[in-house]
Design a protein around this ligand. Structure first.
Ligand code: NIG
Ligand code: FE
Length: 413
């Protein structure tokens, strides 16, 4: 059993900071003016211009930021972090010309990770996922979503979700678990998709929800995965349990998944390269976040860009995430995803930064506790050794973290 890492408390007055644009909603600071953040009992009590600090906070112990840029703790809102093995062989197959769908049909793809995940016990899965989590945390991630979906049977999905919870406890990081039992059809259900979805809805989901292992429910709605009707069946089951939904939507084709998800008030629709105008309008009306996953787009050498301009015009919030998974996005840096979101998808730097903070938090239903530096929120923020926020997206392969305050503790610094 791994015990929690005893990081020192971040309580005190953090001074010598420069606030990144948009980092503290409602706080307007002149460029170049010094910012301060007061933390007590692990909670942000005040943030703003150092010169405007209320007298009551003056006596707190000092943490001097040395002129660092400060952002909210990053939020990685879409990952498949817990799985057995890896799939570098498929990378080679794709380099030789095979498509993702061809690899999947040849017995590779998600199902090959299912085999390796089923073979691993909980401790082995933990040991494999922990170094990957450490890499993401090194980029200033303070909250992360972890999906199941490589077990595809009750005991193995449970194993994945239990490991996700354990990772959160061991590293002192906020983990949101998402049940993705409808990720792929397990081989033992070949030709019996309906039976498998019945099992997901009537047994797996209720059992795992009762064990407190499910914060949200996701489906892979795609020609090589589950149909629109099957997706709706899972959403109905989630709704009956009062669980929020999200969707792997319109990645390889326009299935109409986003509009369906929006009807169920989905937290997010993710991938969305083939999202239609109707899908965008439905998401706008339901306040659903569009989660952009440039790592998967890049790995698959996709050429269908998500409809960024239309999402922007509609005011649909856009998040950016790693989609860390062994098949389509073996990405371990959210900063690199910011770079890709700008370079490949033409997001602006403020959009990319909002995409890994405030909008990513909303994609997990965590908007009241994460993604912003605001009074009353748990202290999650990152001090960066950069002059300008653009540098967070500009460098790739660089980790300019100076300090990380995570869950009110100094995790790096
Ligand atoms: O988000 N799209 C489906 N699921 C993953 C890929 C999973 C895999 O290939 O193992 C994704 O890209
Ligand atoms: Fe995914």
């Amino acid at each position: 059993m791994t015990s929690a890492i005893p990081f020192p408390s971040a309580d005190g007055l953090w001074t010598g900071l420069r606030l990144a644009p948009g980092a503290a909603p409602g706080t307007t600071l002149d460029a170049g003016s010094e910012a301060a953040i007061a933390v007590a009992d692990g909670t942000i009590r005040w943030a703003g211009a150092r010169s405007a600090l209320p007298a009551g906070f003056e006596g707190l112990p000092l943490h001097h930021g040395g002129g660092a840029l400060v952002t909210p703790g990053l939020v990685d809102c879409h990952t498949h972090l817990v799985y057995g093995g890896q799939r570098a062989n498929e990378f080679a197959m794709r380099l030789a010309g095979a498509t993702y769908e061809e690899v999947a049909k040849a017995g590779g793809g998600i199902v090959s990770s299912v085999r390796a995940t089923r073979e691993a016990d909980e401790d082995a899965l933990f040991a494999q996922a922990a170094p990957r989590l450490e890499q993401l945390l090194a980029d200033g991630v303070c909250a992360i979503e972890i999906k199941s979906g490589y077990g595809l049977a009750l005991e193995h999905e449970r194993k994945q979700l239990r490991v996700a919870r354990r990772l959160g406890e061991a590293y002192g990081v906020t983990v949101r678990t998402t049940f993705l039992g409808a990720h792929a059809l397990p081989p033992e259900y070949a030709g019996r998709s309906g039976d498998y979805i019945d099992l997901v809805c009537s047994q797996m989901l209720p059992a795992l929800a009762a064990e407190g292992l499910v914060d949200a429910v996701d489906v892979f709605c795609e020609r090589i995965a589950f149909s629109l009707a099957e997706t709706e069946q899972v959403f109905q089951a989630a709704k009956a349990l009062g669980l929020p939904v999200k969707l792997h939507a319109e990645q390889l084709s326009d299935m109409g998944g986003a509009a369906l998800a929006a009807r169920y008030g989905a937290l997010s629709c993710d991938h969305i390269e083939h999202l239609s105008a109707e899908g965008i309008e439905a998401m706008r009306q339901s306040g659903t976040v569009a989660v952009l996953l440039p790592g998967a787009y890049y790995t698959l050498r996709d050429t269908q860009l998500p409809p960024i301009e239309a999402l922007r015009a509609a005011g649909v919030p856009m998040a950016v995430s790693t989609d860390h998974n062994p098949g389509t996005s073996p990405a371990l840096s959210l900063l690199l995803m910011m770079n890709m979101a700008c370079t490949l998808f033409r997001l602006t730097v403020p959009e990319a930064l909002a995409g890994v903070t405030v909008h990513a938090a909303r994609a997990l239903g965590l908007q009241d506790t994460h993604g912003a530096i605001a009074e009353g929120m748990p202290a999650n923020f990152v001090l960066w050794n950069v002059r300008d926020a653009a540098e967070l997206a500009y460098w790739f392969g660089q980790r300019p973290v100076r300090s990380v305050v995570r869950q009110g503790r100094i995790a790096v610094g």
